[in-house]
Design a binder for this molecule. Structure first.
Ligand SMILES: Cc1ncc(COP(=O)(O)O)c(C=O)c1O
Length: 409
């Protein structure tokens, strides 16, 4: 066998062993797909084109599936407009802000130092587009936007748009209060990349009903879709986005992803409420247990969390990085922030009792107990929860594979 081919297969094997068989994934920006959704990513669609102007022939079924996906997205998020073509949350941001803003205009968004999305920091995407940014006043104790200071600043600087775009989000944000007090002179948009699965499940705030003109973001964090982006908006804003998106922002939208996303949206519609409820219960249980064990859990004092995230933070960034590395050595996978996510373990069927167990395992790493023993316990816990839940279990995978490969599986 060609050496590189062998290396490729070995890396695939290594990843499967590490991430699917023996570790607990607590990265809050990731999730596990159902096998059915994952199978659709292998569709022949992965090599096809279609576009709204009908340039490519033979695309009838691709177009039909996109229409179904859009309809389901509109139902799930109670939106007048939905678009599934953004290739990622960042591209959804690009499409939305390019449709609403011109170079030189001012927006408010969340500072990365308060949990805001780094891609929208002053020197990131806004700089590329020539858009000016002021950071939103933030109440560091409540972990929420400071409404009165925001209104004061907005009256002074008159931003075109306020974008609520948290990457670290532990609680609902005051969208309704801002909307009421802004009285229409500045519009609000909500980047729901992190909390989309909770919003779709109806267990979090509902930005489109609270006054936001658009809700957009990634489809793969608390929402368990394939990696990609989605935009949901009121009709007028939707038309403005639609006029821009093709061919300026997205050409090939990866139609296998859209088919997989359509099935994931159906899963969210059917099982989202139950899933989102359990995610939030699990986060609360994990935060409480870790705090009781003496780990530095940060967050609003009254609730600690009401999302999929639990915030473990040592104040010194290098300590967070070092601890994330230690956790990784024990096969507990996190980011270096450290935002622990309960989304994936919930999707695997874990509940409050398992959160207590995970807290104990994290505590064992903190106390530098025997790594091999911890790894064994992690692996055992993972193997007890081996099947994705909140999915259509009556959908037969073999019959799906039959639709994917010419001669079946
Ligand atoms: C709030 C927010 N918006 C946008 C993004 C970008 O999403 P993607 O990685 O899908 O491009 C992220 C990524 O983590 C995010 O946290």
């Amino acid at each position: 066998m060609v050496q590189e081919l062998e290396s490729l297969l070995n890396a695939l094997k290594g990843h499967k062993e590490m991430r699917l068989n023996s570790s607990l994934n607590l990265i809050s920006s990731e999730n596990i797909l159902s096998n059915e959704v994952r199978a659709l990513l292998a569709l022949d669609f992965a090599g096809r084109y279609t576009s709204r102007d009908g340039f490519y022939r033979g695309s009838k079924y691709l177009d039909e599936i996109e229409k179904i996906g859009i309809e389901v997205a509109k139902q799930v998020f109670k939106a007048e407009y939905a678009d599934l073509r953004s290739l990622s949350g960042h591209i959804a941001t690009l499409a939305f802000i390019s449709s609403q803003l011109k170079a030189g205009e001012l927006i408010f968004c969340v500072s990365p130092s308060d949990g805001g999305y780094p891609g929208m920091a002053k020197d990131a995407l806004p700089k590329v587009l020539g858009i000016k940014v002021e950071y939103l006043p933030f109440d560091k104790e409540k972990y929420a936007i400071d409404v009165d200071s925001t209104i004061e600043l907005a009256k002074k600087l008159k931003p075109k748009l306020i974008i609520i775009d948290f990457s670290l989000i532990l609680r609902r944000q005051p969208v309704r209060e801002l909307f009421d007090k802004l009285n229409g002179f500045t519009k609000i948009a909500y980047d729901g990349s992190h909390v989309l699965g909770l919003i779709g499940g109806g267990e979090f705030q509902d930005p489109l009903r609270e006054g936001a003109i658009a809700l957009y973001g990634s489809t793969h964090k608390s929402f368990f879709g394939p990696q990609g982006g989605i935009i949901l908006a009121e009709k007028q804003v939707g038309e403005e986005i639609d006029a821009l998106i093709y061919p300026s922002i997205v050409d090939n939208a990866h139609w296998n992803r859209i088919a997989a996303l359509t099935l994931a949206l159906l899963e969210l519609k059917e099982f989202g409420r139950e899933y989102a409820k359990q995610v939030i219960r699990n986060s609360k249980a994990l935060a409480k247990s870790l705090k009781e064990l003496g780990l530095p859990i940060k967050g609003p004092e009254d609730i600690l969390t009401e999302t999929h995230q639990v915030y473990l933070n040592f104040d010194e960034p290098f300590m967070n990085v070092a601890f994330a590395r230690e956790l990784e050595r024990a096969n507990i996978i996190t980011d270096s922030a450290i935002r622990l996510g309960t989304n994936e373990v919930t999707r695997l069927g874990m509940r409050e009792q398992e959160m207590e167990r995970i807290a104990e395992l994290i505590h064992s790493v903190y106390r530098k107990e025997n790594l091999e023993n911890i790894k064994r316990s992690v692996s055992r816990l993972r193997s007890d929860f081996d099947e994705v839940q909140y999915r259509f279990s009556d959908l037969n995978l073999e019959s799906l594979l039959d639709l994917i490969f010419k001669n079946g599986s």
